[in-house]
Design a protein around this ligand. Structure first.
Ligand code: BGC
Length: 736
């Protein structure tokens, strides 16, 4: 079902690092973990259940020889059990506090950008690359796998995640995790679950019925876990139906362990533990323990066991699960040591390919793009395009190779370490000059819209950057561009009809100037080699093939929650804890998501609302035709058709298949990403996973697909069907 675009250069480092781990001792991971546990003292067992955030420790108290990352858990050296050395995150090895002086890593484009590729091979390759850097820097746990669904385009962490659809996000995160873990290290999937907003993230309670959860956010996790087999799960900050996610028996014991048979361990998010009893409800490890304020899983756990409030068996079970993952991942047999050489050039190319495939061409009037050779005088405006590209803030932020060119502290963003607006990676201006040496390319910083308009008037063409920064720990007020972005674009567009807008955003944005500009390119936060990726798409060296993994609403009035939940409940900045934006003093509040399981395009379909740009949308420099639809019904319907490149350029397309049951919102059931030469035709086949279209029956605890006739669409986006057919479904019931 997935795209198969060859990615040159990648085999190089895969061959170097992703070797299968040979078991050096007899037995499977379960047996080896049990044998090890039997030899451990009570203190050693407790030792595995908790650990600090090293950056918050005085230097003298940090474990010698252990790299400073997000967390560390002390191992049992006498039994060959290593420390768990943990680093963030999904976009590369982050170094938020800069304690590994000057250390840099390859910065992948944002999760949203990667999701826009709709190419799981790309996510796997990126995962293998960032995991190899984690390993080379001495980390054996990488806190990747962010797959919270986009329910609100103002949510601060959407840029880290993989869009609004459970099948797309789940498939992609599974590939990313598998890539990371191919290095013989532990990956996570996070933040379990329904941690879809940042406002009051550690106090709010999401109120949602089980069916809605199972059919949306939990389905994304389920698919991701099946495909990626992460060795650990990170539970979230928020509450779900009243219980904190890290002590939520429904999420951790019923769903994760009983239904999904997860054999690994659950680690808490940093500061998400609220009791020692959490261990009875499925939590195995307290991470970043200083942030919790209480040593729930160390001294207080010892006390609870002594007092008989927690059975020793619960401690044993948690320790066993952690050990099992250590054996299963390979970190015991092939211990990680810091210092391996990193080929940053090859890795930069991986980041560049990801950025190129994730760029979405949203508008291209009269074929203004790719840039014509006749456009000789080009002015580039704004976005600090002369020094780099924008990245998202928070724990996922990677200090890119070359360092940041600019870090601007944001006033009022709440969390000191997260509130830097940072630019790095390669600069679009230099990259454009490199691919268009024949052109006269100038730069105007865009602070003064009138000056920018003057420069645009004097040029053949204007390329203006629009930005919207996002960060962990804060949601966004609205969908407007930062600063004078909208005014700047409007002024430039008025001065020159050949105005091309390049968006660097973490989220969908509103575009009041949409009809006045010739072209719009969504470049997201494009990472390490964002400059080249943008330049190569603009000039046509790369034919854009990204498709939106998220709906761009026309305005917030179309959203299920026009007013952001909790916006008025958040405390003033002074009351916000300095670390990680945890609002200790905020009053708990409930979050309702009126869309239930119908997040994103499904909500728009149900309400008959026209978005600004639909989920799945994206243009190409060539054109594609779909033909020959053949649908077979039954329990696992199959949809077959062909795609032909009818244009003059080679390019990749993303034909999407949607299924609509009577009275229900449409659902994405599959897609493909064929790369086609002009005139080339490719056959595509999509088989439907019944869970993606089923209702979850809570009483029977079963997925149920009734016998009925459903509509099938082969489409260019969620709102642009091309081929239409029907399928007769056969009743199916499945265990969760
Ligand atoms: C984030 C996690 C991250 C952890 C460790 C938390 O604030 O929610 O995604 O892995 O910190 O840095």
């Amino acid at each position: 079902m997935m795209g198969r675009q060859a990615i040159a250069g990648v085999a190089l480092f895969l061959a170097g690092t992703a070797m299968p781990i040979a078991a050096q001792e007899a037995g499977n991971p379960d047996q080896r973990a049990a044998r090890t546990l039997a030899q451990m003292t009570p203190e050693e067992k407790i030792g595995l259940l908790h650990g600090p955030m090293p950056s918050l420790l005085p230097a003298a108290k940090r474990l010698a020889g252990v790299p400073v990352g997000a967390g560390v858990i002390t191992g049992v050296p006498r039994l060959g059990i290593p420390n768990l050395t943990e680093t963030d995150a999904s976009l590369g090895v982050s170094n938020l506090n800069d304690l590994r002086k000057g250390d840099v890593a390859t910065a992948m484009p944002s999760g949203m950008a990667q999701a826009a590729s709709w190419n799981s091979e790309l996510l796997r390759t990126g995962g293998a690359m960032i995991g190899s850097e984690a390993r080379a820097k001495g980390f054996n746990v990488m806190l990747v796998g962010g797959v919270n669904l986009v329910r609100d385009p103002r949510a601060g962490r959407n840029f880290e995640y993989l869009g609004e659809d459970p099948l797309l996000a789940g498939t992609l995160v599974g590939a990313q995790i598998a890539g990371v873990q191919s290095n013989g290290i532990i990956g996570t999937i996070k933040h379990f679950a329904i941690n879809d907003l940042e406002t009051g993230r550690n106090v709010h309670s999401v109120v949602m019925d089980e069916a809605a959860m199972r059919e949306s956010d939990l389905l994304a996790f389920q698919i991701g876990m099946e495909k990626g087999r992460p060795h650990s799960v990170m539970c979230a900050y928020n509450r779900v139906n009243g219980d904190f996610a890290c002590q939520n028996p429904f999420l951790l014991n019923d769903v994760l362990r009983r239904d999904w048979r997860f054999p690994g361990f659950v680690m808490s998010d940093w500061g998400a533990v609220h009791s020692s009893e959490a261990i009875l409800h499925g939590l195995d490890q307290q991470s970043g323990e200083q942030i919790d304020g209480k040593p729930w899983f160390s001294t207080l756990m010892v006390k609870a066991v002594e007092e008989g409030r927690i059975p020793q068996k619960a401690v044993d079970t948690a320790a066993l699960r952690i050990l099992r993952s250590m054996f299963a991942s390979g970190i015991v047999d092939r211990p990680v040591t810091a210092g391996a050489a990193i080929d940053y050039d090859a890795h930069g190319l991986v980041a560049q390919r990801a950025a190129e495939e994730g760029i979405v061409l949203l508008r291209n009037e009269a074929g203004v793009l790719p840039l014509a050779a006749t456009a000789r005088r080009i002015v580039v405006i704004g976005g600090h395009a002369d020094i780099g590209t924008l990245s998202g803030g928070g724990s996922s932020q990677v200090r890119p190779v070359g360092g940041f060119a600019l870090e601007e502290r944001q006033v009022g963003a709440g969390v000191a370490s997260f509130s830097k607006r940072s630019y790095g990676g390669t600069a679009p201006l230099a990259a454009l000059k490199a691919v268009r040496p024949d052109a006269q390319i100038t730069f105007v910083d865009g602070r003064d819209p009138a000056a920018a308009a003057d420069a645009a008037r004097a040029a053949d063409m204007a390329i203006v950057f629009g930005e919207k920064w996002s960060t962990e720990a804060a949601d966004q007020k609205d969908l407007s561009l930062d600063g004078n972005g909208n005014a700047l674009i409007a002024a430039v567009a008025k001065a020159n009809p050949k105005t091309i807008v390049v968006l660097e955003t973490g989220n969908p944005v509103a575009m009041p100037w949409q009809k006045d500009v010739a072209a719009i390119v969504a470049a997201w936060f494009p990472g390490q080699r964002g400059g080249e990726a943008i330049a190569r798409v603009l000039t046509g060296a790369v034919n854009p093939s990204g498709r939106l993994p998220v709906t761009f609403p026309a305005s917030v009035d179309q959203l299920p929650n026009p007013v952001l939940p909790g916006g008025d409940a958040a405390p003033a900045d002074a009351a916000t804890r300095a670390t990680y934006g945890l609002m200790a003093s905020a009053k708990p509040f409930d979050v309702h998501f009126p869309e239930g399981s119908d997040a994103g395009y499904r909500w728009f379909a149900k309400r008959n609302a026209s978005p600004l740009y639909a989920f799945g949308y994206g243009l190409s420099y060539t054109s594609f035709r779909y033909d020959g639809l053949k649908v077979t019904g039954g329990q696992r319907p199959t949809i077959r058709f062909t795609v032909t490149n009818t244009g003059q350029r080679a390019g990749a397309d993303v034909p999407q298949v949607y299924l609509t049951r009577p009275g229900k919102a449409k659902r994405l059931v599959g897609w493909s990403k064929p790369m086609l030469q002009p005139g080339e035709t490719r056959a595509v086949s999509v088989t439907v996973d019944p869970r993606v279209i089923a209702d979850f029956d809570v009483r029977q605890q079963r997925w149920i697909v009734p016998s009925e006739t459903v509509a099938i669409e082969v489409a260019r986006s969620a709102t642009d069907p091309v081929l239409k057919g029907t399928a007769r479904l056969t009743r199916t019931t499945l265990k969760p």
